[in-house]
Design a protein around this ligand. Structure first.
Ligand code: 5GP
Ligand code: MN
Length: 309
């Protein structure tokens, strides 16, 4: 499928890159890097983010985009299903490049590679196959995605290939220390206020660690959605936690569920029960309702999937 996508890119001149709502490091990094790559081939490119990039991810070089009135091709990056691009309608030939296991292969053409750490890893490969030289701006963006999706070279997707790629990107101009500092040492005070709210009502039983953030907590902490990121990682650092559940009310009637499991597929199976998806050990879902009313159901569902020690 990758070969057909390469042919399609060679044959066309105008592109729209679309990534998922709530763009994370991999979404931003892979989109910006591919845009730089296509621009270097003389193509017209625009990136569409269904919801804004968090301020904390604005630090990497951004390509100078074009006004693309009617793209030949829409490239959907890191998008596991159409619901992840809420409100955006792709135009032209739809190409999907993604590494989520739950991606069922939608679009006119797709390249789905669950064995890859990140969409950024796939974009590096695609650009190399297109004979695009990896500029320093591209390397910085790809490293952002690689670092983000591997949790800073910690998660189970941290393969030998990931370290080879990190090395190539560092040689091409990505600054590992600067990027890690921008991602890891820029917490807001709101983050710590939210963390306190979650810790005060933390639930732990039989390997399940669960908590939630109400919309009123968000208001009290003057928090932006991105101030919630990292809280689940703190919970997942608990030695006995096999499955971690964090429900977040990002607006008053929508709950975003985040799940992490230490091993196996408990996170994915639990997320699927609530209409979501993702990866075996890191998954999520979006649900109408209130966190407090939902948390017990998610804990019960999670209990069905973890192997009790
Ligand atoms: P997070 O907990 O960081 O929001 O998401 C973890 C993983 O689950 C990500 O890889 C993401 O793609 C996936 N994910 C998060 N929310 C949803 C959702 O609402 N639907 C689907 N299908 N996947 C999600
Ligand atoms: Mn990704």
């Amino acid at each position: 499928m990758k070969a057909k996508i390469i042919d399609l890119i060679k044959q066309h001149t105008s592109f729209e890159i679309i990534t998922h709502e709530g763009p994370d490091e991999d979404a931003v990094g892979s989109s910006r890097a591919l845009a730089f790559g296509l621009l270097s081939l003389g193509k017209a490119v625009r990136i569409i983010y269904p919801s804004p990039i968090p301020d904390s991810l604005q630090f990497t070089p951004a390509p100078k985009e074009h006004r693309v009135s009617s793209p030949d091709v829409s490239l959907l990056l890191d998008v596991s299903d159409m619901s992840m691009i809420a409100g955006v309608t792709p135009r032209g030939t739809i190409v999907v490049i993604d590494h989520h296991k739950t991606n069922d292969g939608f679009g006119d053409l797709n390249w789905i590679a669950p064995e890859k750490s990140s969409t950024s890893e796939m974009i590096y490969e695609l650009c190399t196959d297109l004979n695009i030289g990896i500029s320093s701006a591209m390397a910085t963006n790809l490293y952002l995605g690689l670092f983000g999706d591997t949790g800073g070279f910690v998660h189970a997707n941290t393969t030998p290939e990931v370290f080879n790629l990190a090395s190539d990107l560092a040689r091409a101009g990505a600054d590992p220390n600067a990027i890690a500092n921008k991602l890891r040492k820029t917490r807001s005070l709101s983050f710590f206020h939210l963390l306190c709210s979650v810790m005060e009502r933390l639930f732990f039983q039989e390997g399940i660690c669960a908590g939630y953030i109400e919309f009123s907590d968000m208001l009290r902490a003057r928090a932006r959605p991105e101030d919630t990121s990292g809280i689940i990682d703190e919970m997942a650092s608990l030695a006995e936690a096999e499955l971690v559940i964090l429900l977040k009310e990002l607006d008053p009637d929508t709950v975003h569920g985040s799940l992490r499991s230490r091993t196996g597929k408990a996170a994915l199976n639990t997320a699927r029960a609530f209409g979501g998806g993702g990866h075996a050990m890191a998954a999520g879902f979006t649900h109408r309702g209130r966190a407090k009313a939902l948390i017990q159901d998610v804990i019960e569902e999670g209990g069905r999937w973890i192997e009790k020690g």
